[in-house]
Write a protein that binds this ligand. Structure first.
Ligand code: GRF
Length: 197
């Protein structure tokens, strides 16, 4: 049994997709359980999505902490108490301090660009506006550099000259829903840890 926890901040469509595709399912003899969903916002819609599947939710509001380190200490404490094999970031809109990255050994994230291009905020918009003819999404290990950890997998789509942003965004999200569960299974199967350096 592999235990994963998902950290998110908002809508939580990736969170729901991961739960739907992986929670309490068996992959070649490896069962995966989503043992918790941690959110830094009490009004995030994703909380309802997790509850719908009976996944335990934890709200840890960053604004209640005096600094980033204290917030991260609480996150680490919560994650350790869940005894997880892998931490999955899915739209978790906080920069993580060394308190987090040095105490949690296996953390992955999804980013809506072909990394190392377009790190940081508004990556979807930057991918859309760039002169490139393709765009894509990346799953990567998390380290102390923003969107800078080792790349696990990537998928790309063709861009169309006359396409509206909303349609492009939808196609990028579909890629996320396809690539992230597969990457989680791969990382759990490979048993890769200590990739946060
Ligand atoms: C996704 O586009 C992800 O790539 C980015 O944040 C977004 C989260 O969306 N890091 P959702 O909350 O999963 O709907």
């Amino acid at each position: 049994m592999k235990r994963i926890v998902i950290l998110f901040s908002g809508n939580g469509t990736n969170l729901e997709n991961i739960i739907q595709q992986l929670h309490k399912k068996n992959f070649d003899g490896m069962e995966i359980e989503v043992v918790g969903a941690i959110c830094n916002k009490s009004d995030a819609f994703g909380l309802k999505r997790a509850e719908k599947f009976g996944v335990q939710t934890f709200v840890i509001e960053h604004k209640k902490f005096t600094n980033r380190e204290k917030f991260d200490e609480k996150l680490v404490e919560q994650i350790h108490s869940l005894n997880t094999d892998l931490v999955v970031l899915a739209g978790f809109m906080r920069i993580l301090s060394p308190i987090f990255t040095q105490n949690i050994s296996s953390v992955i994230n999804i980013h809506p660009s072909i990394l190392p291009l377009f790190k940081g905020e508004k990556a979807m918009e930057k991918s859309f506006e760039s002169p490139m003819k393709i765009a894509g999404v990346t799953v990567h290990f998390v380290n102390e550099q923003l969107d800078g950890g080792e790349i696990i997998s990537q998928m790309a789509i063709e861009k169309f000259d006359d396409e509206e942003f909303e349609s492009f965004q939808k196609r990028m999200q579909e890629l996320e829903y396809e690539i992230y569960p597969k990457a989680i299974i791969k990382v759990l199967k490979d048993g890769q840890v200590f990739h946060n350096k």
